[in-house]
Design a protein around this ligand. Structure first.
Ligand code: GCB
Length: 591
């Protein structure tokens, strides 16, 4: 699905803003035909989560059905075009009606979806858009959910959170990314997939696959421009598909140091006449894992940065562009070169900005804390694989994406069944499937301490990514002992699998302004010390290729006795103010 754009043949209108909102805990809305419009006193901002925004209305922890609606004019110049409604993301399940008619449904949050609504609207007239969102999760969904009843049945009192969740971030509901009405011609460019190569001799190559709709005897004209040069080519379409190559001499390769983007312009031609056009910004670069090293354009990379979250006061998980600019500015300031989209795909706009600003991104699907004891064929075959497919389809062309994370911390519960072949079988299927769609990027799954060195996912990962909390959840206050355990475990993992290790999470909760002269948890000194000790150890190990601190900023979690509303492991507060460790990191990462 191509991101909507304005040009001579295409138009986009952003219809985000203040919409109407109504909660439906009894799930009666459909029976009562709320899709024809509903009465309500509540409003909701799109994008934005209903949780903090409507806390005074009792929605901070609301899990259930919510209805959103807006009325909008469909521009008159959409006449004769295909008209699309694109929702940037709606967490987690949604159904969409336009002018009272059901248009479609979408399973799974965190990714965009769109429908062709040409037959439901009239250009130049108003349209009523109603969307039902449900943010409940089950054993089959990705991520998996848990209920209060499950906690009781499994006797998991210590792990109970409210709202119930298997993971450590709030399962917010709402439309979290912009909503756009857009138009394309009736014969149009539908998909563009670009592979780039760095063949040597200063050359760069792009192999481009284009798919079109309704363009049987049409042809493609393409150009690749940037840095004062333009290369052009033409290509015939065969059954709406075309593949061609463009080569650049003296190529400016994309990297975090020089995130140079070329403009790939694709035109769809009916004889001499141009009928559609799409311009994609691409970065020419190649990534590879060789022995213990991660190579970008043949050069060794050491990753510095963070696991992040989409999270902020009031807006929750909604896209907030001032925060995007601020966060990327902070990451440059602190000398980070990379981040992970823990624990779900981030907004398109964030990925585009990562391409432009030059960050190396580990792109993750929301398969967080998978519990294979309760998963079934739908979890694996339908939902998890479907998420991988959709993520790769959306993000394949981003030069910033240098690795896929097919999940995070499977078997957090430490179930022995995970090791009896079930875990292996599960991950084999996910990795085989992912590799069949992308053989150019490494694939991994960050693992948890509890799953240990025998986690079957290591066998398939190109890089062993590990999240470790020695000195926090284990051996609090005993930092030397903690580091000893960490070192022994890292050596064992390396000796067993012979693959590079990337520490994708480590850190300590820290209350800004809390100080101590001895090693005391929650103090700023403790956070600085533990992070520094971990990093010193990594620098002694030739097999470590990266360090991502957990977390970039404090973020909201479900309620639990170990959380003070927020997970406080941020190097920055939730408002983006630095804790002491930020200055230490800026210094270390400057080397
Ligand atoms: C983890 C998880 C992350 C948590 C973090 C923590 O291992 O991957 O989602 O927030 O630990 O702080 O406990």
């Amino acid at each position: 699905m191509l991101y909507p754009q304005n040009n001579k043949y295409r138009s986009v209108v952003d219809i985000s803003g203040i919409w109407k909102f109504k909660v439906d805990p009894g799930k009666k809305g459909e029976r009562e035909k709320w899709f024809n419009g509903f009465d309500t006193d509540l409003d909701i901002a799109v994008p934005g989560s209903w949780n903090e925004m409507l806390e005074e209305q009792g929605l901070l922890d609301y899990n259930g059905n919510g209805w959103l609606s807006t009325e909008t004019f469909v521009p008159a110049h959409f006449q004769g075009k295909e008209i699309w409604l694109r929702i940037g993301s709606a967490d987690f399940y949604s159904r969409l009606w336009v002018n009272g008619k059901l248009v479609g449904e979408n399973h799974g949050g965190y990714l965009p979806f769109e429908f062709n609504i040409s037959e439901f609207v009239t250009p130049g007239e108003e349209a009523l858009i109603v969307i039902l969102i449900n943010n409940e999760l089950t054993n089959e969904t990705i991520p998996q959910g848990i209920t209060a009843e499950d906690y009781e049945r499994e006797g998991r009192l210590r792990e109970e959170t409210y709202p119930p969740a298997r993971f450590d971030f709030s399962p917010n509901g709402g439309i979290h990314r912009p909503v756009k009405l857009h138009s394309t011609p009736s014969s149009y460019i539908a998909k563009i997939k670009v592979d780039t190569f760095v063949p040597g001799g200063g050359k760069g190559k792009a192999v481009v696959n284009v798919e079109t709709v309704g363009a049987l005897n049409y042809s493609i004209a393409a150009s690749l421009s940037g840095d004062g040069s333009t290369k052009e080519t033409t290509s015939e379409l065969n059954e709406n598909k075309s593949t061609f190559e463009l080569e650049v001499d003296n190529c400016r390769y994309w990297s975090h140091k020089d995130p140079f983007l070329y403009g790939l312009k694709i035109q769809l031609n009916d004889g001499e006449k141009v009928v559609d056009e799409y311009t994609l910004k691409i970065g020419i670069r190649e990534v590879k894992v060789e022995g213990n090293k991660f190579l970008l354009n043949g050069e060794e990379i050491y990753f510095t940065g963070f696991g992040k979250h989409e999270d902020f006061w009031i807006i929750g998980k909604g896209l907030f562009t001032p925060l995007l600019v601020k966060d990327f500015g902070i990451m440059k300031w602190i000398n980070a070169n990379s981040f992970r989209t823990s624990h779900y795909p981030y907004a398109d706009e964030i990925m585009q900005y990562a391409d432009e600003k030059g960050f190396l991104v580990i792109d993750e699907v929301p398969a967080v804390s998978l519990d294979l004891r309760v998963s079934n064929e739908n979890t694996l075959k339908k939902n998890h694989k479907e998420f991988m497919r959709k993520l790769i389809e959306r993000d394949y062309n981003h030069p910033s994406v240098i690795m896929w994370a097919a999940g995070n911390e499977p078997n957090l519960v430490g179930a022995k069944e995970y090791y009896d072949g079930r875990g292996r079988e599960y991950w084999k299927e996910i990795f085989d499937y992912t590799r069949s769609m992308d053989s150019t990027r490494p694939i991994t799954v960050p693992t948890c301490q509890r799953a240990g060195i025998d986690d079957p996912v290591f066998e398939f990962s190109d890089i062993c990514t590990i999240n470790r909390y020695y000195g926090w959840y284990e051996h609090p206050g005993k930092l030397n002992k903690a580091l000893d355990y960490l070192e022994r475990e890292m050596d064992k993992i390396y000796n067993k699998y012979g693959k590079p290790i990337f520490v994708t999470e480590f850190g300590a909760d820290t209350v800004p302004g809390m100080h101590a002269v001895s090693d005391q948890m929650f103090s700023e000194e403790y956070q600085t010390k533990i992070i520094k000790m971990y990093i010193d150890l990594f620098r002694k190990k030739d097999y470590v290729i990266g360090e991502h601190i957990w977390n970039f900023a404090d973020f909201r979690t479900p309620m639990h006795f170990r959380r003070v509303m927020l997970n406080l492991k941020g190097v920055f507060t939730r408002e983006r103010l630095p804790k002491s460790v930020a200055f230490k990191l800026k210094e270390i990462w400057n080397e």
